[in-house]
Design a protein around this ligand. Structure first.
Ligand code: SF4
Ligand code: SF4
Length: 690
């Protein structure tokens, strides 16, 4: 066994070896050139501020890649297949590097061989096992695309009729990528089998079980000649693959690592500010160079897996928006203008070319941009760290600059600008809802309180939601909570204003609210509105307003734990499901507090198909609540009610967001389900149980 080793370039004349090295080096140079063209493109983007904590970022991305965790998420089949391909590829690649180092460096320079004896035997076994993983993973992916046809892999666009575009190249690229790898894997094993047979079947080669098996099948053939032809065929395919990487789907193997490494953990939760330099040209994006380098990297990172496309509520409602297509359109446009040329690009037909169009309203249609509910499902679903929402809002900023928006949206923004609320009511009316209370809520500007309740527009002005707001106030009062409000000094917190793209107005609101907060004395902020929660928690700190912010369900749980809130009555007459608001469950990762309350209430609780971080949007976010949704095939809120009704016998749909209460109360009525399902805020159940 000590003599166990393998011959590299078995029986190859020197000239043949030289030819191989010349072609190999040329291909590698072509590969580097391809990636240099990409890097050149990224360098044309604006600064993204992602070079902090590089070591931490490097290892975090490494962990994500090694575990394939983002691919396993909600798709075990794809996760397993990708894990097998990924690790098969990595081990085979490292094995090839080891062979090269052994042959071209250690043996050549030091006359030392690493690949011999027991190391060689374990090396051979390891590579065979991972080679099998590689092939099984590829076959699983080929089966998935060719037979399973999951809906997210359907390349049809929601915004264009089929005669206006062709994505046949995408399909070719998918097939080319998988089949090139499969041929490389299979021919690798075939070469191994032919070599073992040509060497006369030495017994130690049983440590290469697949090669040994193949050798047994082929040993009576002219194995030396076949070995040479197969070796060259394999080598050419490998070199073609290397050249193909920077210009095709295969680039994701490198680009996606970088994209995961430079991801912003607060992407979507905290939108980027407009720099003063950028502001001189306008808030939005007018040219490709306005995108940051991370956004340009995002466009290349997309693997077309379609997870965002399948998760998007706008797409599911028949709106002309697919986050996947938005990213791919920007990719096509960026590559046409800044290079490098994609070998397998989508094509726009019949006068639908995008080359010379404006970005917002041209390359990406304005209806597409206005369809987004900013639910963040796309960012959450994307396995490679693409931050769709950042680009969507940056493009919306251009539309806002140009006044390209619906009148109803313009009215809402004007109301917020003039009165500080979207209802267009006088500032003095903000606390009118408190008039019907039996007690006076403290004015936090005049006396210190423990909790500052930031009430929000809907809870303050919407007549249907006001009853819930009073219930919250009554509950806080009844348990002796020391709380107060800002009265007329509170303004719309600006979460939706920012996501509409009205950055100037958002900054005004932050300034006004920050001033009011500075005038008040309190320890923590509480709110019933998850949208308000998000912006106060994640965006205000950048403007110097740094406070601890809680959703009221978190506060109620805390009060339960402290024994200040005692829920004794059990509401087991209700069969309940709970809708996680996007801005609470997904944005803020708060999914447990509402469930703990429901458990304490003793209701018969059942989860919907999509829940927690994977919840489905009501359709109100990002300013959609002020826009016309009559053109949608089926509103997201109606789809969600139907999803709830899939639970046999469910009679209560519980929410924890004022906008959700409005949206779902309406959806239950318009879908004719009023007699089957009631919509209640969680506070109503708590009140009932007390
Ligand atoms: S944020 Fe939501 S609505 Fe907007 S593109 Fe992403 S998934 Fe679609
Ligand atoms: S953007 Fe992300 S989730 Fe969407 S198709 Fe591309 S890789 Fe998949």
């Amino acid at each position: 066994m000590e003599q166990a080793t393998r011959e590299i370039f078995m029986n190859f004349p020197v000239w043949m070896q030289v030819v191989f090295y010349v072609i190999g080096l040329s291909t590698s140079a072509f590969f580097i050139y391809g990636f240099w063209l990409r890097i050149k493109k990224y360098r044309r983007g604006r600064e993204a501020g992602r070079f902090n904590n590089l070591v931490g970022r490097f290892f975090k991305a490494l962990g994500m890649m090694a575990t394939n965790a983002t691919i396993f998420k909600r798709d075990t089949y794809a996760g397993v297949a990708h894990w097998l391909i990924f690790w098969g590829f990595v081990v085979l690649f490292l094995g090839t590097v080891t062979v090269a180092v052994d042959h071209d460096f250690l043996e050549l320079v030091f006359e030392y061989r690493l690949l011999k004896g027991s190391f060689y035997l374990w090396f051979s076994l390891f590579l065979d096992v991972f080679g099998v993983f590689f092939i099984v993973g590829l076959l699983m992916m080929i089966f998935r695309r060719g037979v399973m046809h999951p809906p997210q892999l359907d390349y049809r666009r929601p915004d264009l009729p089929p005669e206006k575009y062709s994505r046949a190249s995408y399909k070719k690229d998918d097939k080319t990528f998988l089949w090139l790898l499969l041929i490389i894997g299979l021919t690798g094993f075939l070469i191994e089998g032919l070599r073992i047979a040509a060497e006369g079947m030495p017994a130690f080669e049983k440590w290469s079980p697949v090669g040994w098996l193949i050798a047994g099948w082929v040993e009576n053939l002219p194995v030396s000649t076949l070995h040479m032809y197969t070796w060259w065929f394999h080598a050419v395919i490998v070199l073609v693959f290397i050249a193909y990487i920077p210009f095709s789907k295969a680039m994701h193997m490198l680009v996606d690592y970088a994209n995961l490494m430079f991801v912003d953990d607060l992407a979507a939760r905290r939108l980027p500010r407009v720099t003063e330099e950028k502001m001189k040209e306008g808030m939005g994006y007018l040219k490709l160079e306005d995108f940051t380098w991370k956004e340009l990297l995002d466009f290349d990172a997309c693997t077309k897996c379609g997870r965002c496309h399948a998760a998007c509520p706008a797409n599911a409602s028949g709106a002309p928006l697919s986050p996947r297509d938005l990213i791919l359109d920007l990719r096509t446009f960026a590559n046409e203008k800044l290079g490098p040329k994609e070998w397998f690009s989508q094509v726009f037909l019949n006068g639908n070319g995008k080359k010379d169009k404006a970005l917002a309203g041209g390359v990406i249609k304005k209806e597409t941009l206005w369809s987004c509910t900013t639910c963040m499902a796309c960012v959450e679903a994307c396995p490679v760290g693409i931050e769709h929402l950042t680009s969507i809002v940056n493009l919306r900023r251009t539309l806002v600059d140009e006044g390209e928006m619906e009148d109803s949206l313009q009215d809402a923004l004007m109301n917020i600008g003039d009165y500080g609320n979207s209802f267009g009511q006088s500032e003095r009316m903000r606390a009118k809802w408190t008039k019907d209370l039996d007690f006076k809520i403290k004015d936090a500007r005049k006396e210190p309180v423990q909790y500052l309740w930031f009430v929000g527009d809907y809870a303050s002005f919407d007549t249907n939601v006001q009853q819930m707001t009073r219930k919250v106030a009554n509950l806080f009062h009844s348990i002796g909570l020391n709380f107060g409000i800002l009265y007329e000094a509170e303004k719309n917190a600006g979460n939706d204003v920012r996501r509409i793209g009205e950055e100037g107005l958002f900054e005004m609101l932050v300034e006004d609210n920050s001033e009011a907060l500075k005038d008040a004395q309190f320890k923590e902020i509480i709110t019933t509105d998850p949208h308000t929660l998000n912006t106060l928690k994640y965006e205000y700190p950048e403007f110097g307003a740094n406070y601890k912010v809680l959703h009221y369900t978190e506060l109620l749980c805390r009060l339960m734990d402290e024994g200040k809130l005692k829920i004794s009555k059990k509401l087991n007459q209700y069969k309940v499901t709970y809708h996680d608001p996007c801005y609470l469950g997904r944005y803020n990762r708060q999914t447990e507090a509402p469930r703990r309350l429901l458990e304490a209430l003793g209701v018969d609780f059942h989860e919907m198909r999509r829940c927690k971080e994977n919840s489905f949007c009501c359709g109100a976010g990002g300013g959609r609540i002020w826009m016309d949704d009559s053109k949608l095939e089926k509103r997201p809120s109606v789809q969600r009610i139907e999803e709830a009704l899939e639970i046999d016998g469910v009679n209560l749909f519980v929410v924890a967001c004022p906008k959700d209460y409005t949206m779902f109360s309406d959806a239950v009525k318009t879908s004719g389900n009023e007699d089957k399902l009631a919509v209640k805020d969680i506070i109503e159940l708590v009140e009932e149980a007390l």
